[in-house]
Design a protein around this ligand. Structure first.
Ligand code: ZN
Length: 297
């Protein structure tokens, strides 16, 4: 008898909701636009109520969510949004939103969830230490060790690392409300749109611009290598789909490492080291289902 998992991939622009069997088979799935929790959470609960009425009771929930969010299972605020500038979200809680189902809930960040999905079924299979980074509306990284996500007193915030910013080459001030020209402020999707008026993939002559963005993102790639020595770096998210960006990132990362780290993982050209998600856009929801499996255990 397969138990049923409610899975939520919560992103800055949309929520993906799925009811799945323990083995990952999806029975029902929908997408809703991200607005305020007062608008989203009733729709989330309604979807799972209907899905449970059709397929059976939900035994556990897995949530991979944007943040900042409390992901410490020992904390009284587990599953609650913390200091987000996103209107209405500070203090919103998945445990409140899903409490009526009386099922255990595992909540992790969207990138930790996607990392888990990739580790189980995608480009991270066989890796002991795996880093999954998204470069999209925002920038974030999940780091797994043997399938367990790493954290400190909170989840990591790789998007906000400072990066060298040559204003003669790139006069854009950055858009992060806290730091201006941190990595996210310079290289996330909204930074690209504000700087050049459109997305990287729609620019007429993008070569030098791809190189600029790859240069910024390579600062993070090198930092991840130096801090965590992952077996592989996966880079997903809307910006990373730009043709030519992953090859440019490999080149910039290799140049910045300057031969300092010698390891079999770091193949010449980094073609098997820096890779796109094997599951594509399914990494997030696959990971949320895997988080639900952890809640069952
Ligand atoms: Zn920042």
């Amino acid at each position: 008898m397969q138990r049923l998992i409610g899975a939520i991939e919560a992103g800055g622009t949309k929520f993906v909701l799925a009811l799945a069997r323990e083995d990952g088979g999806v029975l029902a799935e929908t997408r809703i636009a991200t607005r305020t929790p007062a608008e989203c959470f009733p729709e989330v609960a309604a979807f799972f109520e209907q899905a449970a009425a059709a397929h059976g009771p939900i035994a556990a929930f897995g949530v991979g969510s944007f943040g900042p969010i409390d992901i410490d299972p020992g904390s009284p605020g587990y599953g609650t949004f913390t200091t987000t500038p996103k209107p209405g979200w500070a203090g919103a809680s998945y445990r409140d939103a899903l409490g009526r189902f009386g099922a255990p809930i595992v909540v992790d960040t969207d990138v930790n969830g996607a990392a888990l999905g990739e580790w189980e079924q995608g480009a991270g299979q066989g890796c002991r230490t795996l880093a999954y980074t998204t470069v999209g509306t925002g920038i974030g990284t999940g780091v797994l060790r043997d399938g367990q996500s790493l954290m400190g007193f909170s989840h990591f915030e790789s998007g906000h690392i400072p990066v060298p910013h040559d204003r003669s080459l790139d006069p854009f001030d950055g858009f992060c409300p806290y730091h201006g020209d941190c990595l996210e402020g310079l290289a996330a999707g909204p930074a690209i749109e504000r700087r050049w008026g459109t997305s990287l993939s729609k620019l007429a002559s993008p070569a030098d611009k791809i190189e600029l963005i790859a240069g910024y993102v390579s600062q993070l790639a090198v930092s991840l290598i130096l801090l965590h020595m992952p077996d592989r770096l996966i880079f997903g998210g809307g910006v990373m789909k730009t043709p030519g960006l992953i090859p440019a990132l490999r080149k910039a990362t290799e140049a910045r490492l300057a031969g300092y780290i010698q390891a079999p993982q770091l193949d010449p050209g980094l073609e098997s080291y820096i890779v796109p998600p094997g599951l594509g856009d399914e990494a997030g929801i696959t990971g949320a289902i895997a988080l639900g499996r952890k809640a069952l255990a």
